[in-house]
Design a protein around this ligand. Structure first.
Ligand SMILES: Cc1cc2nc3c(=O)[nH]c(=O)nc-3n(C[C@H](O)[C@H](O)[C@H](O)COP(=O)(O)O)c2cc1C
Length: 412
């Protein structure tokens, strides 16, 4: 019996034990903290699905991703910051809100479509920007774009993508939204904007939550357990090698680009960016009403409530908890999108009931991508939308605009 199988047999035996249920025998390795408990158990017990049809919820794809990806790559996907407290807070935050559902409403027809920045999507659940999708699957962003096209979903493409914006737009059959880390050099920033514009993008998303850096301990721990030679792919002797591998940086003088999120940028920079582009500008990474008001003051076209999936600062505050103060500040004047920790239709419903216009997911579609490529991404999107439709029927809200604050209560 291989080590892995022997370990799983032992764990299956332990699973039946009340001690295991109490958590007393939970694996002591720190690397386990990042993954959701259920998918961690599925992984440990070897209960890995082998086709999309077997999935019961999106966490089933996490277990497959963990099985399939090399440890360093899975660690990169799973990590939060510090001890992952904000990652967990993103999930735990949803428990602070309860649903108020209504009865005896005709719910035979459910419309989940939404309009965002001039485009109609079939679902309020979009794909957040995640860098370098080929670390999950050889087709990377192409597979993601095809799934987004099949489901008519919003796709935000990371500047760190492993497929060019031109190719992704072709596969998506429509322009994606382009996410920008502006770098330190204005001429490079404007060259990136121009390229996205020429590719047909109509929306640019400026990510502002990594200006302070972030300490990704879970990633470091997983990397330590990886016995492959990472230098074979990531040549550490070449400072700019990682960026050279990313098509959006083709032809740019990378030595000038510097930090992705320069420490010195301020709201003045946001204004400068707006003046430099014909694209609508959204700011991603807003978590307080003060910054939401500054977004309005600076005329941005929308904002994304995000803590980078618990990968930015260790605030310990879930984005769903941040949402009410932001919605109150915005008062419907610009679209509010939210991400970080969304894993179920009820999570999405809660955000919409609190006043968000749409939700984005990061890790769940990467789990789907790592598991089953395009089919996996599509399965995750379909599953979350189906779950949302069920809650909408249960609540008696037949379209997204009928989901309101009357459907939600803060516990206590
Ligand atoms: C592997 C990975 C890579 C990411 N890369 C980027 C990126 O390049 N740009 C960005 O703005 N956000 C990036 N994010 C953050 C996501 O856009 C999003 O905010 C987050 O994943 C949402 O949380 P969730 O993963 O819990 O759904 C990344 C997240 C992950 C997990």
């Amino acid at each position: 019996m291989t080590d892995v199988r022997a370990r799983r047999t032992f764990l299956r035996y332990l699973a039946a034990s009340p001690l295991f249920a109490s958590g007393a025998l939970a694996p002591a390795r720190g690397i386990s903290a990042a993954a959701d408990k259920r998918s961690r158990e599925a992984y440990e017990l070897g209960e890995i699905i082998s086709s999309v049809n077997e999935a019961i919820n999106v966490f089933d794809f996490d277990a497959v991703a963990r099985e399939k990806l090399p440890p360093a790559h899975y660690g990169h996907l799973a990590t939060g910051t510090d001890d992952d407290a904000t990652l967990r807070a993103n999930r735990e935050g949803f428990r602070q809100f309860q649903l108020r559902v209504r009865r005896l409403i005709d719910v035979r027809k459910i419309d989940t479509s939404v309009e965002l920045c001039g485009t109609r999507f079939n679902s309020p659940i979009g794909l957040a920007p995640t860098g370098g999708n080929k670390f999950c699957h050889p087709l990377g962003e192409v597979a993601v774009a095809r799934a987004a096209e099949e489901t008519s979903s919003l796709q935000i493409l990371s500047i760190g993508s492993t497929t060019s914006v031109e190719d992704v737009n072709r596969e998506r059959g429509a322009p994606v939204w382009f996410q920008l880390y502006p770098g330190e050099d204005w001429s490079i920033t404007t060259a990136l904007l121009k390229r996205a514009e020429q590719a047909g993008c109509q929306v640019v998303v400026l990510t502002v939550d990594l200006q302070g850096g972030s300490n990704r301990e879970t990633r470091k721990r997983f990397t330590k357990t990886d016995n492959r030679d990472c230098n074979l792919c990531h040549d550490r002797s070449d400072r700019y090698q990682n960026r050279r591998r990313k098509p959006m940086f083709d032809g740019l003088d990378l030595s000038k680009y510097g930090r992705l999120s320069p420490r010195g940028i301020t709201w003045e920079f946001v204004r400068r960016l707006e003046d430099a582009t014909s694209m609508k500008l959204l700011v991603k990474g807003i978590v307080t009403w003060e910054d939401a008001e500054l977004c309005l003051e600076h005329g941005v076209a929308g904002l994304i409530v995000s803590n980078h999936g618990g990968r930015a600062e260790a605030s310990g505050r879930g984005t769903i908890e941040c949402l009410p103060e932001i919605v109150q500040a915005v008062q419907g004047r610009i679209p509010v999108i939210i991400d970080s920790g969304f894993r179920r239709g009820t999570d999405v419903f809660k955000a919409l009931a609190l006043g968000a216009d749409a939700v984005a997911i990061g890790r769940p579609y990467l789990w789907g991508l790592a598991s089953f490529g395009q089919e996996g991404v599509r399965a995750v999107l379909d599953m979350l939308r189906a779950e949302l439709m069920m809650v909408m029927r249960q609540a008696g809200a037949t379209s997204i605009d009928k989901i309101s604050s009357s459907h939600i209560l803060r516990s206590g």
